[in-house]
Ligand binder design. Structure first.
Ligand code: F3S
Length: 873
């Protein structure tokens, strides 16, 4: 009974054993209690979770029905494409297309597409947005159609912010309510998102993580996501951050610790007395980097700090009262005196954290700032020709003359990009304001950014600009070139835009190994900019400091950043912000009004958005000339009842692969050349080479994506002795080598030949990328036989009607003498038509020379729900 209203709740307290469960498992337990239906969610699952033993290895499957789905535009567009196609399929069968509608609220934030084409000027933001609309208008029109066509689907237009920051500042409800059969029900907020950093919301006590498009669509349509009850790592926080260090340093330290410990597939949960003194912004920064730790989620419990944040960000008093009452009633309110059981334990005394950066290619490779120069001099040897490096230091000065008269020398290690970017840190006022204060101190001392550095600020919400403006510090950032360039992912997702042409030319002509410094969470080689080899993660104030230094070959303790007006050397310590002053400015600059102002109209967008022509109607009118948004063929010929499942006869091997094939090998996200099948397709459809964009941006077009399947330049096909580049042998052409996978698959389809893929261990690891399964199915692959599967890719294959099989225990393709030239028959699959799931199917592989190999492959359709998906194609 809260705010005079009565809410129905599903009482955790009635489940024996719930008290000592970690917070995150309590949320899952409530989820099961509320969604129990005897089919997908069973009493056994509830029991297993209530009696969870922290020592158990994860082997019990449960179903999680998220309360909401959030998306970004790269991965969200194909989800909406699929929903639009489902609507049409229903209409074709004579049904009501509007039956296809999200049952769980779905929100999409357009944040991934904006690119930094302009920077360092007052009009950079405006010009970048103009270009963004030119490039992506077609996709945006489609999303606008979705917003009008679907009931519970909302789109946050471009230029508003980054999905995870918008989620914590506005979208997340923490406790949800919904009317069911005339009764008001209250339950914990939870979500899945089509982006790995969805875990940022864990900082707010909301359970959620990133999933692939297929699972997100299923969740939108009210279906549960299958998962194993995980091990939960208890992470005790004590002490407080020392004055020279920041929240970014904390998260880089935690990343290093958890990577060393090993938390893949586990939940991490922060606990202990110290948790209560961790500000919410820091909790969100830590939750954000859960994928970098390797964990599924990185949770903080709900307490006063959570309520204060909800109040600051403008959530209603009613909502706050409900959050407090609900969590206290359910035993979800953080109580450090309750002893919770964890599977493993770790501890960090925050007072031991020191200023750090991470790089040059992995977030877990933390470097203490005091060692950064020395470490760079070691690392540069992996990136530059050793003969060019004098006594361990970069020594290849290249003179560059710019058209505007700037002249300078570039060397290995030059900082070519310094970007305050990414939801990880731009959501955190403590580090954002520290950057601004450092900029002011630097400008006061007469320091300047080096002229070769591409500087930018890309906040994850417009509130940042509001509080920057109120603080009066914007002019200092702009003085150093840190103008706002966009509200979106920009540099973090690799949309750093081209470097200035003379600089880019000098780098390429001289093979310089230059660097980027960004306040993001990922720095894989090649992610940030094609000209930049070494990428470093750092706090926003350190990003500004590196723009001043201009090189990674810099020791902030002993090297001067420049001289002041009196000719005195200025060091980092002379301009480093005083945390007490930073906090004072934050307190004076941030208020609730900013949040209510910016979020009050968040879905409206600007004139550009509103003036986009919006298609209307329950179904979408596809443009068959579009190269971005096309109707996929998944439902072609769909009938009211599925065709009976058939055995598979005469299948040929499309690829024979080794261990650890990732979903990025199967469906790459990056750019591609004009002589690949995808490139050829776009050229034939009138797209110029310069407008190819990436596979990632063309996921709404299955024609590009099928052609990109198995096209990763690093995939090694053993049918061709490990030749890289997405090639295979085409047995319709006498086994001709070097056919593109797509071209060979086309020939097999024309001949009516089903296909099979042979794999090794951990097939489909890496991410839950839906296109890895969609592309496999669309190429005509009917079965994949491996030694083991990554869980989500296996489930996605079933979702697309591809049979996941495993070699008998202890066997693999080699041990069975299979070289991939065989013809495969699979029998026993038809048992599925009797409502049963076969444990094994009989596989007969006939070698061209007549040798026959028979084995029983293990069918990895693990649940009745999965069998249903498979039967329905
Ligand atoms: Fe975007 Fe980077 Fe966050 S890609 S969603 S800013 S992690």
């Amino acid at each position: 009974d809260v705010n005079g209203a009565k809410y129905e709740i599903f009482r955790l307290k009635e489940v024996e054993g719930y008290q000592t469960l970690p917070y995150s498992l309590k949320i899952l337990l409530e989820n099961l209690l509320r969604t129990e239906d005897g089919a997908n969610v069973t009493k056994e699952q509830i029991q297993a979770l209530a009696q969870w033993n922290p020592a158990d290895e994860p082997n019990t499957e449960i179903q999680f029905t998220p309360a909401r789905v959030i998306m970004q535009d790269f991965t969200g567009v194909p989800c909406v494409v699929d929903l639009a196609t489902m609507r049409e399929a229903i209409a074709d069968l004579g049904g009501d297309p509007e039956r296809v509608n999200p049952l769980a609220p779905a929100e999409l934030v357009i944040d991934h597409s904006v690119q930094i084409d302009n920077f360092g000027t007052a009009d950079a933001l405006e010009r970048n947005m103009e270009i963004e609309y030119e490039r992506n208008g077609e996709r945006y029109q489609f999303l606008r159609w979705g917003q009008t066509a679907f009931d519970d689907f909302k789109v946050v237009p471009p230029g508003m912010g980054i999905v995870h920051q918008v989620n914590i500042e506005y979208l997340a409800r923490t406790v949800m309510t919904r009317e069911v059969d005339g009764v008001l029900r209250a339950y914990p907020d939870s979500c899945v998102g089509t982006d790995s950093h969805t875990t940022m919301v864990n900082g707010l006590g909301v359970l959620g993580w990133g999933v692939g498009g297929i699972e997100a669509e299923a969740a939108m349509l009210g279906q549960p996501v299958s998962m194993l009850i995980p091990r939960v790592v208890g992470f005790k926080l004590t002490g407080s951050i020392p004055s020279g260090a920041t929240a970014t340093d904390v998260v880089l330290t935690i990343t290093e610790m958890l990577r060393q410990h090993g938390v893949v597939g586990k939940f991490v949960e922060f606990y202990g007395e110290g948790v209560g003194s961790v500000p919410l912004a820091n909790r969100a920064t830590i939750g954000n980097m859960s994928p970098e730790f390797g964990s599924t989620a990185a949770m903080f419990p709900i307490d006063e700090v959570t309520l204060d944040y909800l109040r600051l960000t403008g959530r209603s008093e009613e909502n706050l009262a409900l959050v407090e009452a609900y969590t206290k009633e359910q035993g979800l309110w953080h109580d450090p005196s309750v002893e919770v059981k964890y599977s493993e334990y770790l501890e960090l005394d925050l007072s031991t954290v020191v200023p750090s950066i991470s790089g040059p290619k992995r977030p877990q490779d933390r470097i203490e700032l005091s060692d950064s120069k020395e470490q760079f001099r070691k690392d540069i040897h992996n990136y530059a020709d050793t003969d060019e490096l004098g006594a361990g230091r970069p020594s290849k000065s290249v003179g560059v003359s710019m058209e505007d008269g700037r002249e300078f020398e570039l060397d290995h290690g030059a900082v070519s990009i310094a970007s305050i970017t990414s939801c990880t840190n731009t959501s955190n006022p403590s580090v954002m304001m520290a950057a601004a204060v450092l900029a002011r101190n630097a400008v006061d001392k007469g320091l300047k950014s080096k002229p070769w550095v591409k500087t930018s600020v890309a906040p994850g919400s417009r509130v940042v600009t509001e509080y920057y403006e109120k603080s009066g510090l914007i002019p200092y950032l702009e003085d150093l070139g840190f103008n706002v360039v966009g509200y979106g992912c920009t540099t973090c997702i690799g949309n750093s835009g081209p470097l200035e042409s003379e600089i880019s030319q000098a780098i390429q002509d001289n093979d310089l190994s230059v660097t980027s410094v960004l306040s993001g969470n990922r720095n894989f080689e090649g992610r940030i900019n094609p000209d930049v080899k070494m990428n470093y993660l750092a706090s926003p104030p350190l990003v500004v400091a590196y723009a001043l230094a201009g090189t990674m070959d810099f020791d902030f303790e002993n090297d001067a950043l420049g001289q002041d007006a009196d000719g005195n050397d200025v060091y980092l310590k002379d301009i480093w912000p005083d945390p007490t002053e930073v906090q004072k400015i934050i307190d004076a600059s941030i208020d609730t009004e900013m949040f209510t102002k910016e979020y009050g109209t968040i879905f409206d967008g600007d004139e550009r958005w509103q003036s986009l022509e919006t298609p209307t109607g329950a179904t979408f009118e596809w443009d068959d000339q579009s190269t971005y948004v096309r109707k996929p063929p998944y439902f072609e010929g769909m009938k009211h009842q599925p065709e009976p499942v058939t055995d598979i006869q005469g299948a040929r091997v499309l690829l024979k692969l080794g261990d650890s094939v990732t979903t990025d090998h199967i469906s790459p996200a990056g750019s591609f050349k004009s002589d690949t099948p995808a490139g050829r397709y776009l050229l034939e459809n009138g797209v110029e080479r310069k407008d190819f964009n990436s596979y990632g941006s063309r996921r709404g077009n299955h024609e590009v994506m099928i052609r990109g399947t198995f096209a990763n330049i690093r995939i090694k096909n053993q049918l061709l002795d490990g030749v890289e580049g997405g090639f295979t042998r085409d047995f319709t052409q006498d086994g001709a080598p070097q056919a593109y996978v797509y071209d060979a698959a086309q020939n097999y389809q024309a001949a009516g030949t089903p296909l099979v893929v042979l794999g090794g261990k951990e097939y489909g690891s890496g991410s839950s990328r839906d296109w890895a399964a969609k592309g496999t199915a669309l190429l005509g692959v009917r079965a994949v036989i491996t030694e083991s599967f990554e869980r989500i890719h296996r489930s996605n294959l079933i979702g697309m009607g591809v049979l996941p099989l495993q070699f008998p225990a202890g066997e693999n393709a080699e041990s069975l003498g299979l070289d991939g030239t065989e013809t495969f028959d699979f029998t026993g699959v038809t048992v599925l038509n009797e409502g049963k799931t076969p444990k094994t199917v009989k596989v007969t592989a006939t070698h061209p020379e007549g040798k026959v190999t028979e084995f029983d492959a293990v069918v990895r359709i693990d649940t009745p729900g999965e069998a249903d998906y498979y039967r329905n194609g």
